[in-house]
Design a protein around this ligand. Structure first.
Ligand code: PGA
Length: 254
């Protein structure tokens, strides 16, 4: 099964609207000829409109970094899936480890958000991954299985066929400690097994799983050499147009 790679940038709480427009002015021409992968950028909410504007006419898709599960209502500070669609988003990141660690995200809310996002036509990028202490205690697979089962595993088969999963070991995020390609591939293989036992062989083999955690221009090729890796979710290195373009380019040379 040939799966089309995805390179997604998660800007977290970086970039104003002006910085977003400046990024696209340099980035878009650098990836203009790239047809080997899907390119996604997730700016903060306030820069989504600027990003959508700047990306118009290119193949770059815009993502949000989170979404709320209700359609509308008295939920101060939250943003609905339909609002994101109207703003021009095509993707949404759900269950990022920073949301889990600092903002009370749990598997149950991940599942609710994913269902709502799919209902609005967004493509969710659902994040899972263990913390350092959990890896050291030999709990990586248990944590991944639990997060899979409570989140993506709670979807219907049809819903599941429309999501992407990002495996992001928390110890590799923003630390410069990238997982070795073998460690990443083992976790991806495990998640694919979870998908197979919950859904089907077909669902598992068409599922795209991105790796995230200190992906840089100089390690993307080694990671992508693993057929289990279907792309990357990139934080820090997606903030700079040249380095993010180099990652897009590096993903081609598998
Ligand atoms: P990083 O972040 O590339 O800066 O490690 C990845 C992420 O949090 O998605």
């Amino acid at each position: 099964m040939k799966r089309r790679p995805v390179i997604a940038g998660n800007w977290k709480m970086y970039k104003t609207q002006a910085e977003t427009s400046a990024f696209f002015s340099s980035f878009t021409p650098l990836v203009g000829a790239a047809t080997h992968c899907d390119i996604v950028i997730a700016p903060p909410y306030t820069a989504i409109a600027a990003a959508v504007d700047s990306a118009r006419g290119s193949k770059i898709a815009i993502s949000a970094q989170d979404v709320f599960w209700e359609k509308e209502g008295a939920f101060t500070g939250e943003i609905s899936a339909n609002m994101l669609v109207e703003a021009g988003c095509r993707y949404v990141i759900i269950g990022h480890s920073e949301r889990r660690q600092y903002f009370g995200e749990i598997d149950e809310t991940v599942a609710k958000k994913t269902k709502t996002a799919l209902g609005a036509g967004l493509t969710p990028i659902v994040c899972v991954g263990e913390m350092l202490a959990q890896r050291e205690a030999g709990q990586t697979e248990t944590v991944c299985r639990t997060q899979f089962t409570g989140g993506p595993g709670a979807l219907t088969p049809e819903e599941f066929s429309r999501i992407l999963i990002a495996y992001e070991p928390v110890w590799a995020i923003g630390t410069g400690k990238v997982a070795t390609p073998e460690i990443a591939a083992a976790a991806h293989r495990f998640l694919r097994q979870c998908a197979e036992s919950k859904f089907s062989t077909q669902a598992a083999s068409s599922l795209r799983i991105l790796y995230g955690g200190s992906v840089k221009p100089d390690n993307i090729q080694g990671l992508m050499a693993q057929p289990e890796l279907d792309g990357a979710l990139v934080g820090g290195a997606s903030l700079d147009a040249k380095s993010f373009a180099a990652i897009v380019e590096g993903c081609e040379k598998r």
